[in-house]
Design a protein around this ligand. Structure first.
Ligand code: HEM
Length: 484
């Protein structure tokens, strides 16, 4: 009896192993699949070599001479999409609108697929629409938001003046961005200790997710065997701490202890109308989405802008001359961006050169799709390589050179090519772009009005970015010299 059972188990394992290496018919080219691991081991080895998963995918796409790279990571089919035509298809076709149902995503969403960033279907549509409407009416893109940004900028300038000239931009901008976000979500400026706690938690969470990325995503069952080593225990602990911070704020709103009309109040009003998808968990997750999606992306862009100003002092000179001629010392508002063409072009070049989200996604295919003649099956996870598109020689003149002028037409106007996807594109395009654009523009103009930014000790910091889920600069400091 035992030997029959054992034989059956062996047969079952062999059948599953064989099944796991068979690629679907007409699947896009890519490395061979190994039993149960798929191409995960090949990707992991290359990612280790290059210190980046994005570079591993890039090398494989070149190796297989394809713009549609077919992979299998753990049990999931993955396709990485390259090239303008394919990215346009992925951004516009309805089939690409889904988000994966993986264990990892659920863990990111504190246990249940909720919020905006990682939901799809009717829940996503309803809550994306609600969140965008709120952000448009109350804050983002309005004078109110500009006032909050100006307040934060005056704090930053004061902080820099009080410091010993040499400043680590991360230390000042991460908290300023978080404060503006927190103000629109929770209606109040967050106190310094709480702010530091929240930023540290989000930072620790992002590191824990990167560490656990390979393991937990591909083999979620390993959390039962190695709960510490797999990063699972750490992530659940940090999740709980972040959840507590947001919950505490929601409770404060319920007892009307916060003044004004912020996102949480608007959401609670919808809950009172008994709308079925407006639940406290959904509120918590949407707050988390806004904080996660908006904080590091915006502050990293400013850090890269400062790095670019250090590297290209001639560009800094041109920007300062433009600001000085057009604005002088007048406090900046976003309206001014129409008149500060070169400054605007500089910011766009920073966003191309340092594409903060190098691989946009993940998306989940809602139906089979044909791309470049290959068949990508329903439920495949899709990643779109925007970074490579931003360096495509066929689309950009000397893409590896930093040239703000590429965004200015002969008539002296700003022109953004249709293949520039720094905020994504289509129905899932970034919903915080107007806050990000405002903050980045106003921060840079205010800083350059006051300071000349130069290298600390005359040494240019290391320019090579760290490419994880988003792109970050290596830690650096710069000297902010007060202009006479
Ligand atoms: C420079 C700063 C930023 C960059 C580079 C950026 C980039 C992006 C990109 C590329 C996407 C598209 C993802 C996809 O297509 O799958 C996205 C989505 C999103 N962004 Fe941003 N973002 C920035 C700032 C912000 C801010 C300030 C907020 C919120 C306050 C925000 C909230 C979101 C949300 C909620 C989504 C998900 C939208 C959806 O799935 O429907 N982002 N962002």
């Amino acid at each position: 009896m035992i030997s029959v059972l054992f034989s059956l188990i062996v047969i079952l394992v062999v059948v599953c192993a064989l099944k796991s290496i068979i690629k679907p018919k007409n699947y896009p080219p890519g490395p061979k699949w190994y039993p149960f691991l798929g191409s995960g081991n090949v990707v992991r080895t290359l990612a280790k070599k290059h210190n980046s998963q994005w570079k591993a995918f890039y090398e494989l796409s070149k190796q297989y001479s394809t713009n549609v790279l077919g992979l299998k990571l753990g049990g999931e089919n993955y396709v990485v999409v390259y090239g303008e035509k394919n990215l346009q298809q992925a951004f516009s076709a309805l089939e690409f609108d889904g988000r994966p149902n993986s264990f990892f995503i659920k863990l990111r969403c504190l246990g249940e697929k909720m919020g905006v960033t990682f939901t799809d279907g009717s829940l996503w549509k309803e809550h994306r629409h609600f969140t965008m409407k709120y952000l448009k009416n109350v804050g983002f893109g309005r004078a109110l938001m500009e006032k909050d940004i100006q307040t934060e900028l005056s704090h930053i300038i004061q902080k820099i003046m009080n410091s010993n000239k040499s400043v680590n931009p991360k230390e000042v901008f991460a908290s300023a961005v978080m404060n503006v976000l927190w103000k629109s979500v929770a209606g109040e400026r967050i106190n310094e200790d709480r702010l530091k706690y929240l930023i540290d938690l989000l930072g620790a969470r992002s590191i824990a997710f990167s560490m656990a990325g390979g393991w937990l995503n591909e083999m979620p069952w390993c959390r039962f065997i190695f709960p510490d080593l797999s990063g699972y225990n750490l992530i659940t602990k940090i999740n709980q701490q972040i959840s507590d911070v947001i919950e505490e704020t929601i409770e404060k709103h319920k007892s009307k202890a916060v003044e004004g009309n912020d996102f949480i109040y608007s959401f609670l009003q919808e809950m009172n109308k008994n709308k079925s998808t407006f639940t406290e968990q959904q509120l918590k997750l949407t707050c988390l989405d806004l904080l996660i999606a908006g904080s590091q992306t915006t502050s990293n862009t400013i850090e890269f802008a400062i790095l670019s100003l250090l590297q290209h002092q001639d560009v800094q000179g041109k920007i300062y001359n433009e600001i000085n001629t057009v604005l002088g010392d007048t406090p900046v508002c976003y309206e001014d961006s129409r008149r500060l063409t070169y400054t605007n072009a500089f910011i766009l070049e920073v966003q191309r050169y340092y594409t903060i989200v190098p691989l946009v996604g993940p998306r989940r295919l809602l139906d089979d799709v044909i791309m470049d003649g290959y068949t990508i099956p329903k439920e495949t996870t899709i990643l779109m390589s925007v970074y490579d598109l931003h360096f495509d020689h066929k689309l950009w003149d000397e893409p590896s050179k930093f040239k703000p002028e590429r965004f200015i037409t002969e008539n002296g106007e700003i022109k953004i090519p249709k293949f520039m996807f720094h905020f994504g594109c289509g129905r899932r395009r970034c919903l915080g772009d107007s806050l990000a654009k405002r903050f980045i523009f106003m921060a840079l103009v205010s800083l350059l009005q006051k300071f000349k930014i130069v290298c600390s000790n005359g040494t240019l910091p290391r320019l090579e970015p760290v490419i994880g889920l988003i792109m970050s600069p290596q830690v650096f400091s710069a000297d902010f010299v007060l202009r006479k």
